[in-house]
Design a protein around this ligand. Sequence first.
Ligand code: NOJ
Length: 757
Amino acid sequence: MRSIHILIPVLFFCACSPESKDTSQNAMETKVDSLVSIMTLQEKIGQLNMYNGTWEFTGPVPSDENSQEKAENIKKGLVGGMLNVLTAEGTREAQKLAVEESRLGIPLIFGYDVIHGYKTMFPIPLAQAASWDPSVGRESSAISAKEMAASGLHWAFGPVMDIARDARWGRIMEGAGEDPYLTSVFARAWVEGLQGDDLTSEETVAACAKHFAAYGFAEAGLDYSTVDISNHTLYNVALPPFKAAVDAGVATVMNAFNEIGGIPATGHRHLQRDILKGAWGFDGIMLSDWASINEMVTHGYSKDSASAAKSALLAGCDMDMESRIYERHLEGVISSGGLDEALLDDAVRRILKLKFQLGLFDDPYKYSDMERERTTILTSEHLAKARETGRKSIVLLKNDRSILPLKKAGQKIAVIGQLASSKDVVLGSWRAQAIPNSGISILEGIQGAVERSTSVSYARGYTLTKGDRTFRFELDIVEGDRSGFSEAVQVAGRSDVVILVMGEDCFQTGEGRSQVDIALKGNQEDLLKEILKVNKNVIAVLMNGRPLAIPYVAENVPAIVETWYLGSEMGNAVADVLFGDYNPTGKLPVSFPYHVGQEPLYYYVKNTGRPVPNEFDAGMVFWAHYTDSPKKALFPFGYGLSYSSFEYSDLQLTAVEKGVNVSVKVTNTSEVDGVETAQVYIRDIHASETRPAKQLVDFRKIAISAGQSETVTFTLSTEDLGFYHAGYSFYAEPGVFKIMVGGDSQNLLTEDIELDF
Ligand code: NOJ
């Protein structure tokens, strides 16, 4: 028996092998069809089945978890893919079961959550977006792909393109922030980086655009919670990044845990079949999220698991991650006539096609190469890129008295804060296979950057977490511990300058980590107050994966540097900026509030019928404002300083056929060469559906030498000026447009122009 099991796959693949190098669509379709034609119903359902391995659980562990049974099912050809199977050796072992012991020997596909690095960690996605430089996304993803592919993995469960407007939502760190245009730019870059231009290459992997759709709109920022979003916002805000990813050729998409208007995304036929696979022509795999098919029962949508299986497949969900619902119920549903087998065949085809595209039928072990794994991962070249992308992701928020950059020589520098010395927090949440405590801490980065004539003294100061915080699921946040204050104040008092590293532990953000408060925890602000009594030269270095409400810090320290979590080389990247080896270029991809009560806070808001005429002098209450807090952002979207200073002038608009040309002069008014990110926003002043008062439609990074000016030009077409209308058609409406250009979303030159299309 055993020899037949082995022989059949060998014969099948020998017959296919010469042709399988032919990448033409038709040849592949023929191979897929011929394979589908010899598969049993159970084998076809098996391809839709994705198991979790035993290395890691990134979702609730099923009560009937049985790895022996899973291995047996792989041998029976009842499994199509796995997640959380790790290392070249581990994937090779699992692959062997499928390829050498199942009847048809169809290889497994292995997926893993890789969103900002595999072992070499790059800035968290939100930080990458702060670079406003898509090459940061593209290049870091290409390295992630190379490393994970050398470890046996074929499929990255990323990028994340959820628009996140509520800073309480812990998963805001996984995406590119609040804006659909910026997120679309990064969605494209991340997909291009992961997939390259050849999926068969050993250095690329399939990407997965997630979470389809509107997952970031969870009510009150509560992860997994209800989403109730209008079509107007769904089409114009939540979906564009996914469309961009599909246009960039993303191989797979993952649906989401949330319901939208009463229908769980996993069973949402209109989203998956009509929009994604229909209107957008997506021909890749739609993967469920972890057990999200079964969760449709808990949502109160499907009456039992069998009906969840039916709804999910009908809706276009091709693959079942870890709920084993397709495995257990699809056969019954199809055999009893409850579902057309053609739907199953279509899903199987999509899965087999990707396996062919990845070259798995030519060599199912080609990614599982122990030697390549040993030599490819965590190389000095990868670490250098981590440092480069890290410093590009830093945003300078305040720099009074030009206190930054610091001198490297002859200084007494105090570095204070528990976060400052952490070699682990720097790696960020969703850190794939990063080695715990392996990053360069901010303290180490500073110590490594200064000259011998400078002394660096460290004090912990506040205590934010205690215990082994590398354990990812429970974080013990401490409040009220002042035991480190006096040492910190002493160190601050005898120093020229204090670098106070403040913020959040990286595991305060990520999946399942929503918070009701986004102020600094762990007595950090109290410590700052004590330090300011002895030294006013405080540079606040922020580490965080979400916008923070920090009005006191903003008001009282002369300099603030937003550094997020930058990955393996964080300390070095931060030191590059603090000591002026790199002139900061980042801009915020999210709005920072004064108070958590402003959330969701985002710049892309409508005018309303009662905009505040002049924020605080309105003199009346009958305006859209808060009576106890500013309405605007503390630090707005698009904002970020540099050691250079820039001025915008000469905004000129020229109507062209179906669009407008925009030109603006940007002058570097400082004595330092620098890079500015010029941003273009529009407002369609009157439209058949109201449009936001500002909407980012383009931007450009421009290097400008000290004292020089550059004229930047943009061409806006109907693609930029239009929007999705109810009924889902996209077009631009003629009329007057406001065109705004500047260095952030609040300081803009403005001109109006009448356009006819
Ligand atoms: C659930 C998360 O929502 C998703 O992003 C991730 O890919 C899966 N778990 C697998 O870990």
